[in-house]
Design a protein around this ligand. Structure first.
Ligand code: PFF
Length: 480
């Protein structure tokens, strides 16, 4: 393993993901930084990947899409589609040395539009990601101020998200914290603390999981979560798992291209990708194992409650914490939500940095002005999903709230399209060799044949088939 301890401090460090403007802009063009070593790269990429997607989104999707069958589909997709796409994006970034919006253009002018498509996705995600970040903030605050018992009440979550001022307030606080960190460029401190706070989150999750598994009925939940029931399998399961995969691994939105552009040539891409995938998937599986059986226990084994949707984590966990009594439960709840808040912040910071670099590149604004535009834009766009459970709850399409709709649009429509086009671009325009040569710069690419087949055939055909089938389903051509 590379030595990660010696750093050249004169260079901006990549784990801060410094977004350097590559086009002609008025912004001060800084020297492009790079990660000091493979560990630095893996940690930074995992820091962006591990967030609410793993802890909040994965468990509720697993519950919604039939438990074990979703997990199986997800893991299969992660080691095939996820692996190929992450390799492709990181190598593309390292080869071009520029962020997503310019990487495609640099290799082929006609494909500049794909960089723009990738750029739109984080702009869509950041506002509603921050709404959920606000929910976590609210729970943290409630536990901190001794309100743990009320947080475990049946109506607490629903009345909180329905209250316009509360959801707006906590959303605005979350975005403001992200903005201040990014504006003052103090992510470095955050990155440093993540080295011990993220392992603390994992340990706490393991502890809560073990505790929950000692409760009656929990094994029914574990069986539901882990044993696949093939009758529950449909194209919706695959689309749900695919969207979650992109979201969780920060794929198909240019993030990994940008990270790749900061990676040093001597670091190995293939083994880094294995490590990021194991990390990201491991934490998601663990979070599900904590939340799904807990939901089973407190509903008396009624799988209906698993259809909670986005509220699953917020409804199930306070009930677990409550069993520790007012003091123990209060401390546990505050600690848990503080750590989740931290994971959400690190991911939101990397999303906002991406949005800022897009604004700098496209509109030739300074970094400071771009920060303000990203902040105000996120605040405005986030109002809609924040109010979507209260005053705007009537705005819905086939039962989907505004938050669900944006989530579906980005994860289940735009990301698959971006991923499909990325495969076509690599497989048929610049050709797989451009990417595999980059990976082979420092040694053998063990899964090269597999990668080629995935990028040229399996991924594009698979993604197109899933997308078309689900669009036909959505417009009612046939029911799946
Ligand atoms: N991968 C993050 C998660 O699972 O929470 C979400 C995310 C963070 C996506 C940062 C994109 C990003 F830039």
């Amino acid at each position: 393993m590379e030595d990660n301890s010696v750093r050249d401090t004169s260079e901006p460090q990549g784990d801060q993901v410094e977004q350097t403007s590559q086009t002609q802009t008025n912004a001060p063009v800084k020297k492009r930084g790079s990660f000091t070593g493979k560990i630095g790269f893996v940690l930074a990429a995992a820091g962006s990947a591990v967030g609410l997607g793993n802890i909040w989104r994965f468990p509720y999707l697993a519950a919604k899409y039939g438990g074990g069958i979703f997990i199986l589909t997800y893991v299969v997709l992660a080691v095939t589609f996820g692996f190929a796409l992450m390799i492709a994006e990181i190598a593309l970034g390292r080869k071009t040395g520029v962020s997503a919006i310019n990487a495609f253009k640099k290799l082929n002018k006609k494909w500049a539009f794909l960089g723009v498509l990738c750029a739109v996705i984080p702009i869509l995600i950041l506002p509603y990601y921050s709404v959920i970040g606000g929910w976590v903030g609210k729970y943290f605050f409630t536990y901190l101020t001794g309100g743990g018992a009320s947080a475990a009440g049946d109506k607490f979550f629903d009345s909180f998200i329905a209250s316009p001022w509360q959801s707006l307030l906590f959303f605005a606080i979350f975005v403001t914290i992200v903005f201040v960190i990014v504006l003052f460029g103090v992510e470095k401190g955050i990155e440093k603390s993540s080295k011990f706070l993220m392992p603390a989150l994992v340990l706490l999750t393991i502890g809560v999981t073990i505790y929950t598994l000692t409760m009656p009925d929990s094994w029914e939940g574990v069986k539901y979560y882990l044993l696949p029931d093939f009758k529950k399998f449909s194209v919706k399961t695959v689309l749900g798992a695919l969207g979650q995969l992109f979201y969780s691994m920060s794929l198909a939105m240019g993030i990994m291209i940008t990270y790749g552009s900061y990676m040093k040539k001597e670091n190995k891409i293939e083994s880094s990708v294995h490590q990021i995938e194991i990390f990201d998937t491991g934490i998601a599986l663990l979070a599900g194992l904590m939340i799904v059986p807990a939901a089973f226990v407190f509903s008396g084994g009624n799988p209906e409650t698993l259809g909670q949707g986005p509220g699953l984590m917020f409804v199930a966990l306070p009930k677990v914490f409550e069993t520790f009594g007012p003091v123990g439960g209060g401390i546990l709840g505050a600690l848990f939500f503080a750590l989740v808040l931290f994971a959400a912040l690190t991911s939101a910071i990397s999303l906002m940095e991406t949005v800022i670099s897009i604004i700098m590149d496209k509109f030739s604004l300074s970094r400071r002005k771009s920060c303000v535009v990203a902040y105000v834009g996120t605040l405005v766009l986030g109002i809609f999903p924040a109010l979507g459970f209260g005053v705007l709850s009537k705005v819905s399409i086939s039962g989907k709230t505004i938050l669900d709709m944006v989530d579906f649009l980005s994860n289940s429509v735009l990301m698959p399209i971006a991923a499909f086009l990325t495969c076509v671009f690599i497989g048929y325009v610049i050709k797989c060799r451009t990417i595999t040569d980059e990976i082979e710069l420092n040694g053998r690419f063990a899964m090269k044949k597999f990668f080629n087949v995935m990028i040229k055939y399996v991924c594009p055909i698979g993604i197109a088939a899933i997308l078309i089938t689900s669009i036909l389903d959505a417009v009612g051509v046939f029911a799946l």
